[in-house]
Structure formats: C-alpha cells, structure tokens
Design a protein around this ligand. Structure first.
Ligand code: ATP
Ligand code: ZN
Length: 465
C-alpha cells in the first residue's frame, strides 16, 4: 500500500515498523459540543484505514484520544454552570452515539487527558531535565530554539515562523515560537498539582504522552485533519523527538477539509452542520458514504445535493444486496457451471480494482467506483437462472468489499422487525377503527416498495422490486 506522507510530501510504500502490529494514533475531538460533519471526516477516514489494513491481514492497534481539558470546555462549563468534567463526559457519550451511527468502530484505547495527568507531568519534567523546556512564572514552555528540526513537518524554517509570528503580549517566553507545555492556573480554572504549582497541560503535550504510553516511542501512522499540521503536529514531533531522540511517527496522514461555500467548516466560524442534526434527515451510512465518496486528501464541499447523491448511491448498493438475497431465498441447491466460473473470475477483477484503489493512498472514491462496477456486472449476470453457488459467491464478494468501507452493514432483519412493528400498529389501528392511520401506514410502506396483503391468516407483506 502507498500512503501520502506529509513529512516527506510524497506517496511512500507503507512498511510497518513491526509487521506483527501496526500502530496508529489519530487526534480525537475536543469534547465540548456535538461533532460536525467536518470533524467526522477524520473519524471515518482513519476508521476506514484501520479496516482496510485489517482486511489486508495486519493486526492494528488504534488509539484516538479525547481532549477533555481545554479552554472551550471550561468556557462551556462556566456558561452552563456545571463542571468541566460534566461537559466532557456528556459529549464523550454523545460522540460514541454519533460515531456509532456512522459506522466508526471504537478505538482500542480512547485515552483522556484527565486520566493521564501524572504521565503528562513526568514527560514535561523529562523535557526540562533534558534542557528542552523551561519554567516561567508557573508556566512551562518548550524551547523551540533547542530543537533543530522544528518546522520539518510544516516545511517552515524557524526564522520564517518567527518573522511571521505576531508579537504576543507574553514576555515570559524566550522565543516567539515557544509553546506552553503547562499553564499556570488562572482564577476560576480547574487545576492539578505539579512541580511548577497548580495548573493544567497545554494542548499539544497530551498527544505525545498518550501516543507513547499506549503505542510506544515510534508509531507507524499519526493522523488528523490538515489544520493540525501546524502547530499541533509540529509541536508533537518536537516534544516527542526531543524527549526520546527517536522518530515519533513514520507516516503522517492528514485529511482535507469539508467545506461550506469553499470555506473550512468550523465551530468557530459557525458554518457547520452537526452529524446529530444531519442524522435527522439521513441514515448514518449515507453520511459515511458521503465522506468516503472522495479521496481523503481532497476537499469536499458539503451540500444537500451531494448528500442526496450519497443516499441514492447507497440505495443502489442495498438494492444489489437485497436482490441477491431474494434470489438466494428462491433458488434450489446447485453449483456453478463453467460459464459461471468464468463470469466469477470477471467479478473478481473488480476486487483487484478495489484493492488497487485502496492501496493507492486509500482512494475510497475509486474503491467505491469499483464496487459500482461490480454491482453493474452482478446485476447483468446474476439472475433467477443462476446457480445457488454463483449467487452466494457474488453476494459474499460484494459484502467483502462494502464491509471494508463500513457500508451496507445493516441486516435486513432490522427492516423485517420494523415492518412487523408497522404491520402490528396497522392492525391495532384497524381494531380501533382508526382507518385513516391504518391506510397511512399501508401507503407509507407501499411508497417504500413494501406491499401488504390481508389474508384470513393475517397480514402478509412482500418487498416488490
Ligand atoms: N472542516 C473540517 N474538515 C475536515 N476535518 C476537520 C474539519 N474541522 C475539523 N477537522 C478535524 O476534526 C478533528 C477533531 O478536532 P476538534 O474536535 O479539535 O475540532 P476543532 O478543530 O475544534 O473543530 P473546529 O475547527 O470546527 O473548531 C481534527 O482532526 C480536525 O483536524
Ligand atoms: Zn493530537
């Protein structure tokens, strides 16, 4: 597989440090709000990367943190008159709900800043001991002038950075680019004890500490949105490599933006749509399809139109699955004949195509296109004359690929249950002589292609394609 590495600005062959286990760290959300569809992109992209590497036979350990100490959380807590812990706990719970809806699996570890405070303090102390950090009035800063490679990820020299830096009203720092590892407590703020007095960690240090604690000193892949390249990831590299003298991550992957009118969607600009809201109109898999419909480094301009397109695309995939299942239910046992064996080889070419696309820097756009080509060929060659084995193998192949994308994972049972529930509701309505409701339920089902038939034995339903 090839991965575009931000560190070298090149597509490189992916070679894991230890082939027994690929170690991935992705920067997670600051938990003070529901996440928006821009934030959802890295969640879905790195979840898909993880699924794909597993599909290719790797064992993956995946860590994604929660930033649960931050100005925004403190502000939110003050606004609502609750504690920062209450704010972060609420939004961590909401994160899992929405992430689950869009098919994002839980990471192996979801560490939190508040639960790693002693490790963070120890790490900062090590940086001070090694001469890479200094204390000033209860704050601790990283001394960027001591880390010669500062700027290597964002490809900026420290001179340029300093020249471009606004003159901050902070004369306790030695150099303009020095950044806070520890911040002394301000009035009314939550704080922890430390060798430098009460305070809390800066933002960047948490990821260095938690990545190393759970994955080791050098990890395979570190990911996040492209807004994190500078300063966040630049600073993570400086802290980590200063501390260990070893490379921190081999591959740095950054996803492009979800935009609105070609501007980055962001909480601070207010131009965002939360996934929670979008889920009122669209299924979680539609959101996921939308996010995977472009290669992860390309921007996607969010629009209702594109969401509708994603919905239609996903529907075509579900139709393909349902057709094959329907055929399977109605066919006698039987093996593939020679013609079918040939045809199946043709179907497998789309699997090769899918793999080549995903191998090319996780090109999910081309991967999805290969799945559609597979569907087209299945639709034209698998029909009611096909053998059971051919239908089953076609279905398995199709689901093998969609499963890597985390799409078409919903079982029909769920639909069965929903229909059964509606049929019961309709019976109740008829018993209560609420014919308007009974008719409405029947019409709504009909609009979805589900036809009811009242028989002396009860109501039967069938899906008409
Ligand atoms: N519009 C966007 N498109 C793609 N990724 C984004 C977008 N906005 C944020 N991200 C990514 O979402 C992840 C979660 O970050 P976090 O919760 O800190 O968001 P944030 O930076 O506070 O969001 P915002 O920029 O809206 O204030 C990060 O990897 C970040 O790079
Ligand atoms: Zn981070």
């Amino acid at each position: 597989m090839k991965i575009y590495n931000t560190l070298t600005r090149k597509k490189e062959e992916f070679v894991p440090i230890n082939p027994d286990e690929v170690k991935i760290y992705a920067c997670g959300p600051t938990v003070y709000n529901y996440f928006h569809i821009g934030n959802a992109r890295p969640f879905v992209v790195f979840d898909t990367l993880r699924r794909y590497l597993e599909y290719r036979g790797y064992k993956v350990k995946f860590v994604q943190n929660f930033t649960d100490v931050d100005d925004k959380i403190i502000n939110r807590a003050n606004e609502e008159g609750i504690t920062p812990k209450e704010v972060s706990e609420k939004y961590i719970e909401e994160y899992f709900k929405d992430a689950g809806e869009i098919g994002v699996k839980k990471a192996d570890v979801h560490p939190k800043v508040t639960e790693n405070m002693q490790d963070i303090i120890k790490f900062i102390q090590r940086l001070i001991d090694k001469g890479y950090a200094y204390e000033a009035e209860g704050d601790v800063y990283f001394d960027t002038s001591k880390f010669e490679e500062y700027g290597k990820l964002s490809k900026q020299s420290i001179e340029d950075l300093e020249a471009g830096a606004r003159i901050e009203i902070n004369d306790i720092k030695r150099h303009p680019m020095d950044f806070a590892l520890w911040k002394a407590q301000k009035v009314g703020e939550i704080a922890w004890d430390s060798p430098w007095g009460k305070g809390r960690p800066g933002w960047h240090i948490e990821c260095s500490v938690m990545a190393m604690k759970y994955l080791g000193e050098t990890i395979d892949i570190h990911g996040g949105g492209q807004d994190l390249i500078f300063p966040h990831h630049e600073n993570e590299i400086a802290q980590s490599e200063a501390c260990t003298g070893k490379p921190f991550a081999k591959y740095w992957m950054h996803n492009g933006y979800i935009t609105i009118n070609n501007e980055k969607m962001s909480k601070s600009k207010g131009n965002f749509f939360t996934v929670r809201d979008i889920l009122k109109d669209f299924d979680g898999e539609v959101v996921r399809f939308f996010l995977l419909s472009a290669q992860y480094r390309n921007p996607i301009n969010f629009s209702r139109d594109l969401m509708e397109q994603a919905k239609n695309g996903l529907e075509r995939l579900y139709n393909a699955k349902n057709n094959l299942k329907h055929l399977l239910d109605n066919v006698a046992e039987g093996n593939m004949n020679d013609e079918e064996k040939e045809k199946f080889k043709e179907l497998e070419k789309y699997k090769d195509k899918f793999i080549s696309a995903m191998d090319d820097d996780l090109n999910t756009a081309d991967g999805i296109a290969a799945v559609f080509e597979l569907v087209k060929t299945i639709n034209s060659s698998v029909n009611s004359n096909a053998s059971k084995e051919f239908i089953q193998k076609s279905l398995d192949l199709f689901l093998e690929l969609t499963n890597v994308l985390g799409l078409v994972t919903k079982e029909e049972e769920a639909l069965d249950e929903e229909i059964e529930k509606l049929v019961k509701m309709r019976q109740e309505a008829r018993k209560n002589r609420d014919f308007a409701l009974a008719d409405k339920i029947r019409d709504d089902l009909k609009a979805r292609g589900i036809v009811l038939e009242d028989t002396p034995q009860g109501t039967k339903w069938t899906i008409k394609k």
